[in-house]
Design a protein around this ligand. Structure first.
Ligand code: FA5
Length: 602
């Protein structure tokens, strides 16, 4: 479909396009171009002239006329020009601009005449430089020329805009001051509007501001045969400045609008007349390769400042097509009780790892970088590994702190305390199990679920711990501090502080608790609203315990304590993750409520 770009941008002086067809007719050639900026004579405006430049030849446009195949450029050709050639059209701008000014002056004059003599009916017009006139059916009394001139030049002086738009036939009938009889009813139609007056159907080229026409004079008004000819001329030069915005832009919002309206009409026609399964019809109308979608992509070519307007128009056209589709489907399904199995299903949402799993991944990677290996040990384990081997015999008071879930199992002898089974309350059960493998040095990171009879903002009954164990020759507290420092700085960032607080665990000696400055209140203990921080209350959060492995534990793991020693640490995964300042979480239990609105955010 040939684009008539003079309709949407009358200031465009140059265009790159392609020869579609070229035919010799005696001494001249008839050229059809993919798109054109050359105005073909019509509507009282003479044809544009110009040059069509190809790589191997050049055509001088002598005249352009409108045909059923589009604009025919009648040309004299030098060299060789053939179909398929890429060419550049250069418009004879001086001539075009004069024609635009004369044409717009005609419209301004008409508004002046219609103001004084609303009963006159326009019949025809000639906007060429010689013999410029508008013809009306009716009569204008003698001596009225001066009055018409004054009103017309008032409009020129006010320098108001002349705009154009594409509308449907029905819209045109509603808006325009008159409707010529020959207008087609099934195509987009162009109207122009002198600001402050009613729109008029028009296919010519117009200036953007009334001031550009220059002053209008009426040399004579001739009444004859029930008609009246109002002759007019304009000043040779105009002093008006053409606004920059109107200088030729490669592709403007009005180009897009014209094309969209065309596609809307044709697509809705197709929807109503083609019989296809619903899915295919929708694809054809709005699918990724549809004409609509391809055209909508051209929004990229539109100057930035016009893009939001273009977006609105694209949406309007899409909605119109959607509405036509849904009307068609409703009609069809009502009449057929129809089920279309080709309709696409509902696309399932893609999920992602739970935040705790993400944290476990990150913790694993962090320790792997310094040579620790991720291992797994049972979550339901003998009391022996969870406590006894860790230097906590069955009735040791320290075990109360672990608030453990004990498990019954078939054949259990409840009196034999060594055969009790627990849901592991900490990952330390992996320590002796790892030592029993007898492979040294040990650099393990054991991450697993832990269970305790606890529930508050910082305690869940099921949570995760990660347990580090390093057994080698000559291991010192300095190594322990180094590893902890490395982890905290890697995981939280350089600004987070740590502190080692002396503590007591049965399975380490000396023992510490590791504290990190709180990520919610940034170590202040109070929130921004001066309320105490719900999570830490003091500015410090306890990450977990650590210490040098107790000799009794090494012995339980059959480690030769004359050669090896080591350290261990065990921290909560959830709490470790919540202490990242970006999470802003102040209740550990929310992690396991499975609220998708919460989980989606991470
Ligand atoms: C222990 O569990 C020791 N096994 C840690 C250890 C390992 C010390 C190796 C020395 C050597 P504790 O009970 O303090 O320690 O728990 C360690 C961390 O697990 C706590 O600081 C906390 O971060 C986390 N934690 C404990 N209970 C819960 C719970 N109910 N909910 C969420 N996190 C918890």
């Amino acid at each position: 479909m040939q684009k008539l770009l003079y309709l949407t941008d009358s200031y465009r002086k140059k265009l790159e396009t392609e020869i579609q067809k070229i035919v010799r007719k005696g001494s001249v050639w008839h050229i059809f171009l993919k798109d054109t900026i050359i105005y073909p004579e019509g509507g009282g405006q003479p044809s544009d002239l110009g040059i069509i430049n190809g790589k191997t030849g050049k055509a001088r446009v002598l005249k352009a006329i409108f045909t059923s195949e589009g604009v025919l450029h009648e040309c004299q050709v030098e060299g060789v020009i053939k179909a398929g050639d890429r060419v550049t059209i250069y418009l004879d701008w001086k001539r075009r601009y004069l024609n635009m000014r004369l044409h717009s002056a005609g419209h301004i004059l008409h508004e002046a005449v219609a103001t004084l003599f609303p009963q006159l009916v326009p019949v025809s017009a000639n906007h060429s430089e010689n013999n410029t006139l508008i013809r009306y059916r009716g009569e204008i009394p003698i001596g009225k020329a001066g009055e018409i001139e004054r009103i017309a030049n008032g409009i020129v002086d006010s320098n108001v805009s002349i705009t154009s738009a594409f509308v449907t036939y029905d819209q045109l009938v509603q808006q325009a001051s008159f409707v010529p009889v020959h207008l087609p009813k099934n195509k987009p139609l162009r109207i122009i509007q002198v600001q402050g007056f009613q729109p008029i159907p028009d296919g010519g080229t117009q200036v953007a501001l009334t001031g550009e026409t220059g002053l209008i004079s009426i040399p004579k008004i001739v009444n004859h045969d029930g008609l009246v000819d109002v002759y007019y001329s304009i000043e040779k030069q105009t002093t008006a400045v053409i606004p920059d915005i109107l200088e030729a832009s490669p592709y403007s919002v009005s180009d897009l609008t014209a094309e969209l309206i065309q596609i809307q009409t044709e697509t809705i026609d197709q929807i109503n007349n083609i019989d296809l399964p619903d899915f295919e019809l929708r694809q054809k109308a709005l699918g990724q390769t549809s004409r609509f979608s391809n055209l909508a992509k051209k929004i990229r070519d539109i100057p930035q400042k016009e893009r939001s307007q273009a977006g609105i128009i694209i949406n309007e056209v899409k909605n119109a097509i959607e509405t036509a589709l849904s009307h068609k489907f409703t009609r069809k399904h009502k009449s057929q009780g129809f089920f279309d199995p080709t309709l696409p299903g509902i696309k399932p949402k893609l999920g992602h790892l739970h935040i705790v799993s993400q944290a476990i991944e990150e913790i694993t990677r962090t320790f792997e970088r310094i040579g620790f290996t991720r291992v797994r040990h049972p979550e339901a384990d003998w009391d022996y590994y969870a406590f006894e081997a860790l230097n906590m015999p069955p009735n040791h008071p320290a075990r109360d702190e672990w608030e453990t879930f004990f498990l019954s199992y078939p054949g259990e002898n409840k009196k034999d305390l060594t055969k009790k089974m627990v849901l592991t309350p900490h990952t330390s059960n992996g320590q002796v199990r790892e030592m029993e493998k007898g492979i040294f040095p040990i650099k393990m990171i054991n991450i697993a679920k832990c269970y305790r009879r606890q529930s508050d903002v910082s305690h869940a009954s099921m949570f995760h711990q990660f347990e580090g164990l390093y057994i080698d020759k000559n291991v010192s507290i300095a190594h322990l501090k180094g590893v902890i420092e490395y982890f905290v700085k890697s995981f939280y960032g350089q600004d987070r502080q740590i502190r080692l607080r002396p503590f007591h665990f049965q399975f380490t000696e000396p023992s510490f608790e590791i504290d990190v400055t709180c990520g919610i209140c940034h170590g202040q203990g109070v929130r921004a609203d001066n309320e105490p921080c719900r999570l830490c209350k003091s500015g410090w959060l306890e990450l977990g315990g650590a210490g040098m492995t107790h000799p009794n534990v090494l012995k339980a793991g059959h480690v030769d304590t004359s050669i090896y020693n080591g350290f261990a640490f065990g921290w909560g995964v959830e709490r470790t993750y919540m202490m990242k300042s970006s999470t802003n979480l102040d209740d550990v239990r929310i992690l396991y409520q499975n609220d998708i609105r919460f989980l989606e955010q991470f």
